[in-house]
Design a protein around this ligand. Structure first.
Ligand SMILES: CC(C)(COP(=O)(O)OP(=O)(O)OC[C@H]1O[C@@H](n2cnc3c(N)ncnc32)[C@H](O)[C@@H]1OP(=O)(O)O)[C@@H](O)C(=O)NCCC(=O)NCCS
Length: 167
């Protein structure tokens, strides 16, 4: 399995993969693939990686720029793995490589809205305890953040997503 940045030729396959992955997801509004397209079109894709196996795109992760107060943070969303390829470590590999690359781009925090049983394995903790509040109503355990560098500054404020999220 190879993880690499998306290329223009990947876009239809990414759209299809995200659609398929979220079709059976517990928490989905069915529009995650449109969010990916909108973020890219709006110039708000900070990092988009694909996982490739046997020349097929089997996983995808996107990070968009966000802010907490005036501090830039990365928003991890969405993360998708093909239903036939789940539970093989592809999602974990995308998150870990995503963290490495987004940190190299200068982001020292990542924030995610997601499963409290999945993301803590990467070091995510409830964001509220770290000073980051969600701009919507959500259980504290599902809105999580991680310092990507030990010297990341402490944050205090409400997370502001880019407009494509419609928040
Ligand atoms: C969530 C998802 C990206 C995980 O990818 P993956 O490649 O299957 O995950 P990994 O192989 O890295 O990790 C497998 C572990 O994640 C757990 N897991 C998988 N999907 C999960 C989910 N939706 N919620 C919580 N845990 C999940 C598995 O139970 C497994 O746990 P274990 O290691 O304790 O057995 C994938 O299941 C997916 O695309 N789901 C549909 C879309 C979605 O819900 N995306 C997340 C949005 S926050």
């Amino acid at each position: 399995m190879l993880i690499r940045p998306e290329t223009p030729a990947d876009l239809p396959a990414i759209h299809q993969l995200v659609t398929l992955a979220f079709a059976s997801a517990a928490h989905s509004d069915g529009t995650e693939q449109d969010l990916v397209d909108a973020l890219r079109a709006g110039g708000h894709c900070a990092l988009s990686l694909v996982a490739v196996q046997d020349n097929e795109i089997v996983g995808h992760v996107l990070f968009s720029p966000a802010t907490v107060g005036t501090h830039p943070v990365a928003a991890l969303a969405p993360l998708a793995v093909h239903p036939d390829c789940q539970r093989q470590g592809i999602g974990a590999a995308l998150v870990r490589e995503g963290h490495r690359q987004i940190a190299a781009l200068g982001y020292d925090w990542s924030v995610v809205l997601g499963s409290e049983t999945y993301y803590p394995r990467f070091g995510y903790q409830p964001a509220r305890a770290l000073g980051i509040r969600a701009p919507f109503d959500v259980p504290d355990e599902n809105f999580m953040a991680i310092r990507l560098r030990p010297d990341a500054p402490a944050l205090s404020g409400v997370m502001q997503y880019v407009p494509e999220f419609g928040i």
